[in-house]
Design a protein around this ligand. Structure first.
Ligand SMILES: Nc1nc2c(ncn2[C@@H]2O[C@H](COP(=O)(O)OP(=O)(O)OP(=O)(O)O)[C@@H](O)[C@H]2O)c(=O)[nH]1
Ligand SMILES: [Mg+2]
Length: 446
C-alpha cells in the first residue's frame, strides 16, 4: 500500500475543551472503520453520501460517546477519497479515546496538512488553492481573509492558466513553422510573434506587480518606528497599539532589542516595530540593538522617524534608500525647538495622544493597496513570486531571440521554460521537498 492510499485520521478542531470535536477520516478503509466503530439505526452500507447519522461510538464493547457521523463518498469529498467526519463531545479525553479507537481499527494518524495534500494529489485543488486554505486558517484581518478566499476560488489559478494557454498557442504555431519552413521565416512573421510575446510579457509583469499587494495583505505592512534615543519612540509605539507593551523610561537607550506587534488598521494587517534609538555612543548591548534596528529598517515598507521637538536636532534625518520615511515630531505638549511642520513633518504628543489618529491615517494612506487586483488573483507568497519572476526572464529571452531572428527552436525552448515556471505556481512541481514544505505549514487535521 502506498503512503497516499492508506487511511488517515486526525482531530480537525483545535485542541482544548469545546462543545464538539470533529475527527476526520480519509482513505479506502474509511467506511470499514466507521462500521467497526459506530453503531446507528442505519447500517453503514446503507448510509448515503453527504448525510448525517446519529449513533454511538464503541471501542469494542465499551461505549465511548454519542456522535454524529457524516460520510462523503469519493470522488465528491474534500480529499477525493472516502471521507467520514465524526462530531463527538468536545472533551479532550473523549476526543482522544475516539481517535485512538479509530487508529486501532485501521487508520494511521495524519501528518500536518495531509488531508489538503491528498486533495491536491487527487486533483481536487491546485497548489495556489491549497496555499489559500492555509492562509484562510491563519488570516487575521478582513483583507487577508478576502485575498485567501479569492485565491481559494481559483482566481490566481485562472489568471495563470490563461497566460499558459497563450504561451501554448504561440508555441505550437512556432513548432509548426519549425517543421514546415526550411528557408527560415519572413520578416513579418517574426514581427507577429514579437507582438504576441510582448503581450504575454506584460501579463506576467502585471502578475508580478500584484505581488506587492499580495504580500502586504498576506504578511502585513511593515512600519518601523526609529529615531534618536529618548525621542518617545516606545511611547508612540504603545499609543498606536493601545497597550503598554514597550518599556518607557527617561533614560536614553531604554529599548535594546526591537519589538514587534501586529495590529489591524481598517482591516489591514500592520506589523509595527519599535527599535533601539540610533546613536554613535553606545555600550556593547546597545550597539547590538542598534545593528538589529538597521536590519529591521532596511526591510520596512514605511519608517516613522520620531524626534523630540523640545530639543535641538543633533543629526539630520537619515535617508533610507527606496523606503518612504515620515518625519514625526513628538512631545508637542512641550515647548518646541524644532520647527519642522512646514517641511512636512507631523506634530504629535504620545503623552496627550494629540496627532496619533492622524498618524494612523497617514500609515493607512501609505499602504496603498487598492484591492482592485483581488478579483484577478494576487501572488501572495515568495514561492509564487520567484516562479513568476523566472517565467518573466524566460519570456524576455524569447523576445530577444525573436528580435535577433535567432532560430525558432530557441524561441520555442524559452517559451517552454516560461510555461514550466508558471505551471510550478499552480502545481506541477516535481520536487517532493517543495510540496512537503508547503503542506508542513498546515496543522494536523487540515
Ligand atoms: N512631555 C512628553 N514626554 C514624553 C512624550 N513621549 C514620551 N515622553 C517621555 O520621554 C521619555 C522617553 O520616552 P521613550 O518612549 O522611552 O523614548 P524612546 O525613544 O523609546 O527611548 P529609547 O528607547 O531610549 O531610545 C519618557 O520619560 C517618556 O515619558 C510626550 O509626548 N510628551
Ligand atoms: Mg524605546
Amino acid at each position: 500500500m502506498t503512503r497516499h492510499s492508506d487511511t488517515i485520521a486526525a482531530v480537525s478542531t483545535p485542541p482544548g475543551i469545546g462543545g464538539i470535536s470533529v475527527i476526520r477520516i480519509s482513505g479506502s478503509d474509511c467506511i470499514d472503520i466507521i462500521e467497526k466503530t459506530f453503531k446507528s439505526n442505519t447500517h453503514t452500507d446503507d448510509m448515503q453520501s453527504h448525510h448525517i447519522y446519529y449513533g454511538k461510538i464503541y471501542n469494542d464493547n465499551l461505549l465511548l460517546d454519542e456522535a454524529l457521523v457524516s460520510i462523503f463518498k469519493k470522488p465528491n469529498s474534500f480529499t477525493g477519497e472516502d471521507v467520514a467526519e465524526i462530531s463527538c463531545h468536545g472533551g479532550a479525553f473523549v476526543t482522544q479515546s475516539v481517535l485512538q479507537t479509530i487508529l486501532k481499527n485501521g487508520a494511521r494518524h495524519a501528518e500536518k496538512g495531509e488531508f489538503t495534500k491528498r486533495a491536491f494529489l487527487n486533483g481536487k485543488m491546485d497548489l495556489t488553492e491549497a496555499e489559500a486554505v492555509i492562509d484562510l486558517i491563519h488570516a487575521s484581518t478582513k483583507h487577508s481573509l478576502e485575498s485567501a478566499i479569492y485565491q481559494l476560488e481559483g482566481k490566481l489559478y485562472n489568471s495563470i492558466n490563461q497566460i499558459m494557454e497563450e504561451i501554448t498557442s504561440v508555441r505550437s504555431e512556432i513548432e509548426l513553422d519549425i517543421d514546415f519552413s526550411d528557408r527560415g521565416l519572413e520578416h513579418k512573421k517574426y514581427q507577429d510573434y514579437l507582438t504576441i510575446l510582448k503581450r504575454i510579457k506584460s501579463k506576467i509583469e502585471r502578475l508580478i506587480t500584484t505581488a506587492h499587494e499580495g504580500l502586504i495583505l498576506h504578511d502585513g505592512y511593515r512600519v518601523v518606528i526609529a529615531g534618536p534615543p529618548n525621542a518617545g519612540k516606545s511611547s508612540v509605539f504603545n499609543k498606536i497599539i493601545e497597550n503598554e507593551r514597550a518599556i518607557v523610561t527617561d533614560v536614553p537607550g531604554t529599548t535594546r532589542d526591537y519589538i514587534e506587534e501586529d495590529i489591524a488598521l481598517e482591516g489591514y494587517l500592520v506589523k509595527l516595530f519599535d527599535t533601539a534609538g540610533l546613536r554613535e555612543r553606545a555600550d556593547k548591548v546597545e550597539r547590538f540593538g542598534i545593528e538589529k534596528s538597521y536590519k529591521v529598517l532596511t526591510n520596512a515598507h514605511l519608517i516613522l522617524w520620531i524626534e523630540d521637538c523640545s530639543v535641538s536636532r543633533e543629526t539630520s534625518i537619515p535617508n533610507f534608500e527606496g523606503i518612504k520615511l515620515i518625519s514625526v515630531l513628538n512631545k508637542s505638549d512641550l515647548k518646541q525647538k524644532i520647527e519642522g511642520i512646514n517641511q512636512g513633518s507631523i506634530l504629535i504628543s504620545a503623552k496627550t495622544g494629540s496627532g496619533i489618529e492622524e498618524l494612523k491615517k497617514i500609515i493607512l494612506e501609505n499602504i496603498n493597496v487598492s484591492g482592485d487586483d483581488l478579483a484577478v488573483g494576487l501572488i501572495t507568497n515568495s514561492r509564487q513570486l520567484s516562479a513568476a519572476e523566472k517565467s518573466l526572464i524566460a519570456i524576455n529571452q524569447s523576445i530577444e531571440a525573436t528580435q535577433a531572428k535567432r532560430g525558432l527552436e530557441f524561441i520555442a525552448f524559452d517559451l517552454h521554460e516560461a510555461s514550466e515556471y508558471l505551471e510550478e505556481i499552480v502545481g506541477k512541481i516535481s520536487n517532493e521537498d517543495i510540496i512537503n514544505s508547503i503542506f508542513d505549514r498546515f496543522c494536523v487535521g487540515k
